[in-house]
Design a protein around this ligand. Structure first.
Ligand SMILES: C[S@@+](CC[C@H](N)C(=O)[O-])C[C@H]1O[C@@H](n2cnc3c(N)ncnc32)[C@H](O)[C@@H]1O
Length: 271
């Protein structure tokens, strides 16, 4: 599977270059702190090398976090940092857990690699306990907008994914029964002192992974054009913007029966 293998190849170098991922994790944890709900049993989907899991465990000592990732190698790096980490190799699109298992589902910079639709979110909804929280971050459409300054013929050769707009996430959350979904976005721009450093950061974190089969080569002159498009002469640096969509939603305390009528959780358990 392309995503598993590509991230697996970056597992060892990932932590040294994952500036943006760390920043996004911090912002996600900040938001988690603002939401009052039970956080005792958490699932981290696409946990990678375990940074978010570890930060959450540090902030909320005594909680139980399960880290799930489809890349064994990423989880291995996590396990090397904490031998007691509860790691599960699995696919976010087909999660191997019982219904109503978690109080909170977290996911940082992972879901955009999945087939994103209401069904994906409905599966998360079903894994949550009543009043459970889903909190996630994904890449938005303006990610790497600097590359879009390149002429069309060069842009065609660059193999970047198209990321969904935040309004789709709001719709998917609503369609999968979540209550009061909130979706917003923040743009974070990184400044690199050299173009090579910028490319290294993209490559070593696996951010350039794409399902496109386009393998056209970039010529030397095209390379120089790309370089100049990413250069900002005011800051004297090469810039790379990440458009980050944050989403959160709660599972209601009560749920709907097949007729759409509200029924109490206690009544479901009795059936
Ligand atoms: C960009 S990394 C983010 C890792 C971590 N959340 C962080 O913020 O550092 C994306 C991770 O998602 C995992 N991943 C991608 N698609 C997945 C899927 N369908 N199911 C589970 N994990 C997946 C990759 O293996 C990778 O470890």
């Amino acid at each position: 599977m392309i995503i598993k293998n590509s991230f697996s190849k970056r597992a060892v170098t990932y932590d040294s270059q994952s500036f943006i991922q760390k920043e996004v994790n911090n912002r996600l944890i900040e938001r988690l702190g603002l939401i009052k709900h039970n956080k005792s049993n958490i699932l981290d989907i696409g946990s990678g090398t375990g940074k978010l899991t570890q930060d959450v465990e540090k902030k909320y000592p005594g909680i139980n976090v399960t880290s799930l990732d489809m890349s064994f190698d990423m989880l291995q790096v996590h396990r090397n940092k904490n031998h007691n980490a509860k790691c599960v190799v699995g696919n976010a699109e087909n999660l191997p857990f019982k219904l109503s298992s978690f109080d909170t589902i977290l996911s940082s910079l992972t879901l955009h690699w999945c087939t994103i639709d209401s069904e994906l979110f409905l599966n998360f909804y079903n894994l949550l306990k009543p009043q459970g929280l889903l909190l996630f971050s994904v890449s938005g459409p303006d990610t790497f907008k600097e590359f879009k300054k390149c002429p069309a013929n060069i842009l065609q050769k660059l193999r970047f994914n198209d990321f969904l707009d935040m309004h789709h996430y709001g719709d998917f959350l609503l369609n999968s029964n979540f209550k009061d979904p909130v979706v917003d976005n923040e743009q974070i721009t990184l400044e690199f002192s050299s173009f090579n450093q910028l490319l290294k950061s993209i490559r070593l974190t696996g951010t350039n992974i794409t399902e496109s089969s386009n393998t056209a080569r970039i010529t030397k002159s095209e390379y120089n054009t790309i370089k100049s498009c990413l250069y900002n002469n005011v800051s004297n640096s090469f810039e790379l913007t990440y458009d980050i969509i944050f989403g959160y939603a709660l599972k209601p305390a009560k749920t709907l029966d097949k007729s759409g009528k509200l029924i109490k959780i206690k009544e479901i358990k009795k059936e």
